[in-house]
Design a protein around this ligand. Structure first.
Ligand code: NAD
Length: 475
């Protein structure tokens, strides 16, 4: 089936987009505040659709990638999607409740409440690297908050896009949830619609285009972007443990993970030990990496060439490139590779790597990695390896990043009760868990005046009563 796959017709997808947008707007107007039971039913239908179609979805992603480990798809995409839906289902009643807020003495006995209200029709733009999780995560939050949702899948994952469209069309009317495919021109057109909220996941560069397009309509955006996420290993931390956890984060999906460790700071003198340990874990996890089904491919030849270009550029500028396994490039895969003696003139230290290449830098005092990180755009994730709480707190206070992993990489993304989102160049806004629900809700403040109240004392004509009151109020 996959060999026969026909790419989507972008013109036709644009027409669907226009059509479905109107349909979703009408559907939302007819049901602007879906009841708890309706939202619950949407979450339950979503969960069943994913579980029922899991094989087709994983096979489609693998075909789009050339090869994507089916276990990785289940572990890193399906599992967090299902766990997120379950968490949301459990918490939904609580999140939907209006919240009482305080009233100052001057306005008593009025009452204040914040009501979470559905925003309307939400747009979601998805990148290719985790196409399932990065579509379902935002969808879960937006449905829980009572919205209609339209999702644009990346042109790099058309087979997956078609599989998802089919899976969701079985359980949802397209007026509730719609999946759009097609080329970049469809994505561009999509970002120009007036959404009640637009969540974009992708690169920092494209994020700027999306925000510009959204600005024309004052569409509020959440931008989940990328960047270079550093790791720092303290001299007291066991180097083999750090190597194992960093390489795990680097090798998942062949490094094509937004929160993958991008580069690592190792204490001076421990570099060789780190590389030996990294090589050992790669050999243990991926014997015969080129054929090994557990090791994923680079998504396409353009990205493979980009990564090989980083290595050549680094080597030409004096770096030492050391593959940790033997992998023939004809396999569409790239070996996990460390790069030593790097500097900021090399593209590998300028661009987000987004592949299984790990530059290894060394430091003498902790100020060096901290100063380096602070002199560069704010990372999406920061990983610090240390068992000393005082030093951990120092690192947390000295750096600003989207999220932090202490003594672990990547796992913070899968925590249902932690918000997820970048800062500065790595993005803006949050989703996952309660923050996701709030992102897709208008948290509407409502002030309700009481039948009997004292506001009349503050109305004109201003005489001695107001003067006395003001004296008291402005103390
Ligand atoms: P990308 O920015 O090239 O594309 C992302 C999406 O935007 C795709 O669906 C694409 O079709 C669409 N697009 C492209 N041009 C557009 C335009 N002008 N207007 C509107 N939409 C447009 O990113 P990618 O290569 O698919 O994904 C990799 C990047 O995404 C990396 O930088 C990675 O760090 C980042 N990422 C971030 C997160 C996160 O949660 N923060 C997660 C995954 C990936």
């Amino acid at each position: 089936m996959h060999a026969m796959f026909e790419p989507h017709d972008s013109q036709a997808e644009k027409a669907r987009l226009a059509d479905l947008y109107t349909r979703q707007r009408k559907a939302f107007a007819a049901e602007p505040f879906p009841a708890f039971e309706i939202r619950l039913s949407r979450l339950s239908r979503l969960r069943h659709a994913l579980l029922q179609h899991q094989d087709a979805l994983a096979t489609a992603i693998s075909a789009d990638f050339g090869h994507r480990s089916v276990h990785e798809t289940r572990l890193l995409e399906l599992f967090p999607s299902i766990a997120g839906i379950k968490h949301t289902t459990r918490k939904l009643a609580k999140w939907m409740k209006p919240r009482r807020r305080g009233v100052s003495i001057w306005f008593m006995p009025a009452s204040n409440t914040v009501i979470p209200q559905p925003l309307g029709v939400v747009g979601v733009i998805v990148p290719w690297n985790y196409p399932l999780y990065l579509a379902i995560g935002p969808l879960t939050a937006a449905l829980a908050a009572g919205n209609r949702v339209m999702i644009k899948i990346s042109e790099y994952t058309p087979r997956f896009g078609e599989a998802l469209r089919r899976a969701l069309a079985e359980s949802f009317d397209e007026g509730e949830v719609a999946v759009l495919n097609g080329g970049v021109e469809v994505a561009q057109s999509f970002s120009g619609y007036t959404w009640d909220h637009l969540l974009f996941t992708g690169s920092t560069e494209v994020g700027k285009h999306v925000m510009r397009a959204a600005a024309a309509n004052l569409t509020p955006v959440t931008l989940e972007l990328g960047g270079k996420s550093p790791c720092i290993v303290h001299p007291d931390f066991p180097i083999a443990t750090a190597a194992e956890r960093i390489m795990h984060g680097k090798c998942l999906n062949a490094g094509q993970t937004c929160v993958a460790p991008d580069y690592v700071f190792i204490p001076e003198g421990k570099q060789a030990e780190f590389i030996d340990a990294a090589k050992a874990v790669v050999a243990k996890w991926y014997p015969n990496a080129a054929q090994n089904p557990d090791y994923s491919a680079v998504v396409n030849s353009r990205h493979l060439a980009r990564l090989q270009g980083y290595l050549q550029d680094a080597e030409q500028k004096g770096a030492k490139v050391q593959p940790l396994a033997a992998v023939d490039a004809a396999s569409g895969k790239l070996a996990p590779t460390v790069v030593l003696d790097v500097n900021d003139q090399m593209t590998v230290m300028q661009e987000e790597i987004f592949g299984p290449i790990l530059p290894v830098l060394t430091y003498r005092t902790m100020d060096e990695p901290i100063d380096y990180i602070n002199a560069h755009p704010r990372p999406l994730a920061l990983y610090y390896f240390d068992y000393n709480n005082q030093r951990i707190n120092r690192m947390l206070a000295a750096t600003v990043s989207g999220g932090v992993g202490i003594n672990e990489t990547v796992m913070h993304v899968g925590q249902d009760d932690l918000p997820f989102g970048g800062v500065g160049a790595s993005g803006m806004g949050h989703y996952h868990g309660h923050e996701g629900f709030e992102t897709f809700s208008k948290m509407k403040p409502v002030f309700a005046q009481s039948r009997i109240n004292g506001i009349w004392m503050m109305r004109p004509p201003y005489g001695s009563l107001v003067a006395r009151l003001l004296k008291f109020m402005l103390r």
